[in-house]
Design a protein. Structure first.
Length: 242
């Protein structure tokens, strides 16, 4: 039994609120335990200059931990983005590009913004899981504008953390578990069962093939639950901030 009462194979409570604000075509608040991330997806009728000749679309992401998201205030990244933030932005962008057929998007761009309101571990995985729902709403708006058809979405994408804590594989680490984990692993998967990202790091000890297999098994089961949460959110009414 873990400090919060969960078993090793249990997710924290997850809530996805669609339409959290009015301005963006896709807008979501995701809560995974005490980690809360505000995610938006915006549309632009252009792509970066380096992408223009391809005729294809683009999906890119920005990520930020807001100043009061942690106990000690974080300064805003006004002039220089730190290495961790840049790495997470790239993971989010790579992951969500797996969700769409960019050839069918045409020369248009979806910009994803993930802002951490409160952090208690798993911010990047919560961002990926939540912003996928925002992406789906933005794609629906693009269809209404006649930018693309119904076939631009090619897969659902979700993510979760796994780790080795006190010698045992556990799912969905909170901050206290994350800082003591001997192995930390972030997993991103499509609903076709394909891995997008397997990022497993020995923080305080190396790990075996058997431990890696156990973490992948735990992660897959957890992500399958997150896919259901995404589907439930997308079936519901998007009225969080409307």
């Amino acid at each position: 039994m873990r400090a919060d009462g969960r078993g090793p194979d249990e997710l924290r409570p997850v809530e996805i609120i669609r339409g959290f604000t009015r301005s963006a075509p896709g807008s979501v608040l995701i809560r995974t335990g005490r980690t809360h991330v505000f995610c938006t997806a915006s549309l632009e009728a252009a792509v970066p200059s380096w992408r223009e000749k391809s005729g294809a679309g683009w999906v890119t992401a920005e990520y930020e931990m807001l100043p009061a998201s942690t106990a000690q205030r974080r300064p805003r990244s006004r002039l220089r983005v730190d290495g961790r933030t840049r790495e997470i932005e790239r993971v989010i962008g790579r992951s969500l590009r797996m969700a769409v057929d960019m050839e069918k998007m045409g020369p248009r761009m979806i910009l994803l913004d993930c802002d951490v309101l409160q952090a208690d571990g798993g911010t990047r995985t919560a961002a990926i899981t939540g912003v996928y729902v925002a992406l789906c709403d933005a794609l629906a708006e693009g269809r209404r504008r006649g930018w693309w058809g119904d076939d631009v979405l090619q897969a659902a994408v979700a993510a979760v953390s796994v780790g080795i804590v006190d010698g045992q594989p556990v799912l969905d680490l909170d901050y206290a578990e994350d800082v003591t984990a001997t192995v930390d692993c972030n997993l991103v998967m499509t609903d076709r069962g394909e891995w997008v990202e397997v990022q497993a790091t020995g923080e305080h000890a190396a790990y075996t093939d058997e431990q890696l297999a156990a973490m992948l098994k735990l992660g897959r089961a957890g992500i399958e639950q997150l896919f259901q949460t995404q589907r439930d959110a997308l079936r519901g009414e998007a009225n969080g901030g409307r």
